[in-house]
Design a protein around this ligand. Structure first.
Ligand code: GLC
Length: 548
C-alpha cells in the first residue's frame, strides 16, 4: 500500500491514548497532575507505541464536571501548569512522534463562564443570545436529561436573568446557542486557536447535542449537518491533517450521517459504541453472536472515515443500546452491586476487576481492541490493568490517578495520599499490585504484552484500512473477521468462551498455502481449501493467509 497516503490519513492506523492531565503525573508535588509531570512521562507512551494522545479538558474550570465545564476556551487551568508548560509538552510529544488532540467542548460552558455571567445579568448584551433562554419551559423543546438521578430537568430558571435556560447536561452547564452566528464564529476561533498551538485535531464532545437546535427560537440558517461540514472544512483549511473524533452515541444508521457524504466531508472518526456494548454482552454470554451482529450492523463509511474502537472510556461504560434484558445480563455478570452501576444504563468499573483479574480474558479483550476494524483507543491505565476505585463518586471511579510504582499514591505524586483528589483503589488493584515499574521489569506482564500487541497492530495497516467482513467460523463462540487489502488477507479469530473450540473457516483465498501466525509460531499449513484451527478457551489468533 502507498505509504505516503497512509501517513496522510494517519488516523486510520493510529494508536490513540486518552488521559486526563489532572490524574496522570504530578510534576510539582501539589497532589494534582500537571503538564510538567505528563511531559516527564512521554517516554512511557512513546515506548508503548502510542501515536496520538487525546487530552481530556485542561482548560480553566470550576471542576464540577471534571473540566467539561469550561470558563475559558483559550487558556490552561492554572492547577495544571502554565501555557509555557503546555507548549513544551506539545513540542516534546511531537519529538517522540506523537500527535496531540484535545477535547472540544462547545455544546455548553460552565455557568461561571464570563459569557454566561454577562448573559444572565444583561438582557441587552450581545452575549445574552449566546445561550438558549425561554420565559416558560417549552413543551416542544428538548427535555431529555443526560444524567438521570444527578440532573432533574433540561431547563433551569435563573433568578438573575428571570428566564429559563437550556442545558442538556448538568444545570451548571448552560448550552450554547449554535443558531447564533456569533457563537459559531467563536467556536471556529477556538478550533483555529488550538490548531495554531500545534494540536492535530479534537475529540468533539457530545456532537448530536451540540448540533441540536430544537427549542431554539430563531432557527439556524444552516442545517445542522451543513454546519458540521462547514466546521470540518474550516478545520482542514487551517490544518490539513487535523481530525475530529466525534462522541456520537447513536444507532449505527444515524451515526453514518456524521461522516458526511461519500467522500467523508464531516467527522473523520466516530467511536464504535455499538461494538463496545455488544462486546460486553458477548463476553457475558461467552458467545460471539452479539458482537458479530454489532459489527454487521455498522454502516459502510467513507474511505477516509474511521471507527475508534474502545473497551473503556472515561465515562460510565454505557449499555444504553442493549435491550433491558441484555443490559441486565451484563450487569449480572460484571456489576451486580447497584453501587457498580450508574444512570440505570452503565457500569462504573474498569475491565480487569470485572473479569476478576483473569489475565486470559483480559488479553482476549485487548486482542479484540487491536484487531477489530478501526483505530484502537486506549484509556490511560489499561496498559497495566488498572482497576477502579468505587469509593470515588460516580463516573469518576475510573478516573483515578495513574499507578506508576508501588506505594500509597502509586508514584503519581510526592504529596501525601490525602492530597490526591482521586486516589488509587485499595486491595488487589492497588499500586502495590498494579504499577508500571514492576510490569516494566517483567517480560510476561500485561504492559509488555500491550507493547508487543501495539507493535503488531501498527505493522498491520490492513486492520485499519482493509475491507472487512465477519465470517462464519462454524462456532458461535468464535468471532472471525476477514480483512482484505490489495492482495493481502488477514483473518482474526477470537474465542469468547472458556472452552476450547475447533474452528473451520473458508479463508476465501485461492490456493493458499499457509496461515501465518502473526502473534506467535503456530502457523497452519493448508490441507484442502478450509482452514482448521484449534483455539484454546479465550484464545485468539491473527493469521495472514498466504499463497505461494
Ligand atoms: C460528554 C463527556 C462527559 C461529560 C459530558 C458533558 O458526554 O464524555 O464526560 O460529562 O460530555 O460535557
Amino acid at each position: 500500500m502507498n505509504l505516503a497516503r497512509t501517513s496522510d490519513l494517519w488516523w486510520k492506523n493510529a494508536v490513540v491514548y486518552c488521559l486526563d492531565v489532572e490524574t496522570y503525573a504530578d510534576g510539582n508535588g501539589d497532589g494534582v497532575g500537571d503538564f510538567l509531570g505528563l511531559t516527564q512521562r512521554l517516554d512511557h507512551l512513546a515506548g508503548l507505541g502510542v501515536t496520538c494522545l487525546w487530552l481530556m479538558p485542561f482548560y480553566p474550570t470550576p471542576n464540577r464536571d471534571d473540566g467539561y465545564d469550561l470558563t475559558d476556551h483559550y487558556a490552561i487551568d492554572e492547577s495544571l501548569g502554565t501555557f509555557g508548560d503546555f507548549t513544551e509538552f506539545v513540542r516534546t510529544a511531537a519529538d517522540r512522534g506523537m500527535r496531540v488532540i484535545s477535547d472540544l467542548v462547545v455544546n455548553h460552558t460552565s455557568d461561571q463562564h464570563p459569557w454566561f455571567q454577562e448573559a444572565r445579568q444583561d438582557p441587552d448584551s450581545p452575549l445574552r443570545d449566546f445561550y438558549v433562554w425561554r420565559d416558560e419551559v417549552p413543551e416542544d423543546g428538548p427535555h431529555g436529561v443526560v444524567f438521570p438521578g444527578e440532573q432533574e430537568s433540561a431547563w433551569t430558571y435563573d433568578e438573575v436573568a428571570g428566564q429559563y435556560y437550556h442545558h442538556r447536561f448538568y444545570h451548571h452547564q448552560p448550552d450554547l446557542n449554535v443558531a447564533n452566528e456569533a457563537v459559531r464564529d467563536e467556536i471556529r476561533k477556538v478550533i483555529g486557536f488550538w490548531l495554531a498551538q500545534g494540536l492535530s485535531g479534537f475529540r468533539v464532545d457530545a456532537v448530536p447535542f451540540f448540533l441540536e437546535t430544537d427549542g431554539i427560537d430563531e432557527t439556524m440558517e444552516l442545517a445542522p449537518h451543513d454546519y458540521l461540514r462547514d466546521l470540518c472544512a474550516f478545520m482542514t483549511r487551517r490544518s490539513g491533517g487535523a481530525i475530529m473524533l466525534g462522541e456520537v452515541n447513536l444507532e449505527p444508521e444515524q451515526q453514518r450521517e456524521f461522516f458526511g457524504d461519500e467522500d467523508g466531508d464531516e467527522l473523520q472518526m466516530l467511536f464504535n459504541f455499538i461494538g463496545m456494548q455488544t462486546m460486553y454482552l458477548s463476553l457475558a454470554r461467552g458467545d460471539a453472536g452479539p458482537l458479530a451482529d454489532g459489527l454487521r450492523s455498522l454502516p459502510d463509511i467513507p474511505d477516509e472515515g474511521q471507527w475508534a474502537t474502545f473497551v473503556r472510556n472515561h465515562d460510565e461504560l454505557t449499555l444504553d443500546k442493549l435491550t433491558d434484558a441484555e443490559r441486565e445480563e451484563v450487569f449480572a455478570a460484571f456489576g451486580p452491586d447497584p453501587d457498580m452501576q450508574v444512570y440505570d444504563r452503565g457500569l462504573r468499573r474498569r475491565l480487569p476487576p470485572m473479569l476478576d483479574g483473569d489475565e486470559r480474558r483480559i488479553r482476549l479483550v485487548y486482542s479484540l481492541l487491536f484487531a477489530l476494524p478501526g483505530t484502537p483507543t486506549i484509556f490511560y491505565g489499561e496498559e497495566i490493568g488498572m482497576g477502579e476505585n468505587l469509593a470515588v463518586e460516580g463516573r469518576r471511579s475510573v478516573r483515578t490517578s495513574m499507578q506508576w510504582q508501588p506505594g500509597p499514591t502509586g508514584g503519581f505524586t510526592s504529596a501525601d495520599r490525602d492530597q490526591v483528589r482521586r486516589p488509587p483503589p485499595e486491595g488487589d488493584f492497588d499500586p502495590d499490585h498494579v504499577n508500571v515499574r514492576d510490569q516494566q521489569a517483567d517480560p510476561d506482564s500485561l504492559l509488555n504484552w500491550f507493547e508487543r500487541m501495539i507493535r503488531h497492530r501498527r505493522d498491520l495497516p490492513i486492520l485499519g484500512w482493509g475491507e472487512w467482513e465477519v465470517v462464519d467460523t462454524g462456532h458461535t463462540a468464535v468471532l472471525g473477521v476477514r480483512h482484505v487489502l490489495d492482495d493481502e488477507t488477514v483473518l482474526t479469530l477470537h474465542n469468547l468462551a472458556a472452552t476450547p473450540s475447533h474452528v473451520d473457516v473458508d479463508p476465501d483465498v485461492e490456493d493458499w498455502q499457509v496461515a501465518r501466525d502473526l502473534l506467535g509460531d503456530q502457523h497452519v499449513e493448508a490441507d484442502g481449501s478450509r482452514l482448521v484451527v484449534d483455539l484454546a478457551g479465550h484464545g485468539y489468533r491473527w493469521l495472514r493467509i498466504e499463497s505461494s
